[in-house]
Ligand binder design. Structure first.
Ligand SMILES: O=C(O)C(=O)C[C@]1(C(=O)O)C=C[C@@H](O)C=C1
Length: 121
């Protein structure tokens, strides 16, 4: 990687592979670097969840079990293909989707209550 690329990626570039970390401080530094890359992606994901609340017309559409199970199956497969633990990814995604559903519910109420109030004569 050239210097400019490295600089633009700043502290988001991991340096030491997991098996080569010798201290807890060293591996925690690497975890922090990865989290700094993961959080912006999760924030972006939440942006799409918020818009799902706008697009869905009925509160009964908020929980879509078939979609959730498809995501979990795909994430498990991807984790396994990368040599990671599928059960950890499944648990993380189930927690993420559960929190996303609560977020989407709140957004749904906010948006649909606001537009219903506007429609009143
Ligand atoms: O795909 C949707 O319909 C969404 O609202 C997104 C999402 C998710 O977090 O991935 C959240 C709630 C649904 O039950 C399913 C999936």
């Amino acid at each position: 990687m050239n210097g400019a690329t490295q600089a633009s990626q700043g502290a988001t570039q991991t340096a030491t592979p997991p098996a080569q970390c010798r201290t807890l401080a060293e591996l925690r530094r690497e975890i922090d670097v990865l989290d700094a890359r993961i959080v912006p992606l999760l924030v972006q994901r939440c942006g799409y969840v918020a818009q799902a609340a706008r697009i869905k017309q009925d509160a009964s559409q908020i929980v879509d079990v078939a979609r959730i199970e498809a995501i979990v199956a795909r994430v498990r497969e991807q984790a396994s293909a990368l040599g990671g633990p599928p059960e950890v990814l499944e648990a993380a995604y189930r927690a993420l989707i559960a929190a996303s559903i609560e977020f989407e519910r709140a957004e749904f109420v906010r948006l649909h209550t606001a537009s219903a109030a506007k429609e009143q004569p």
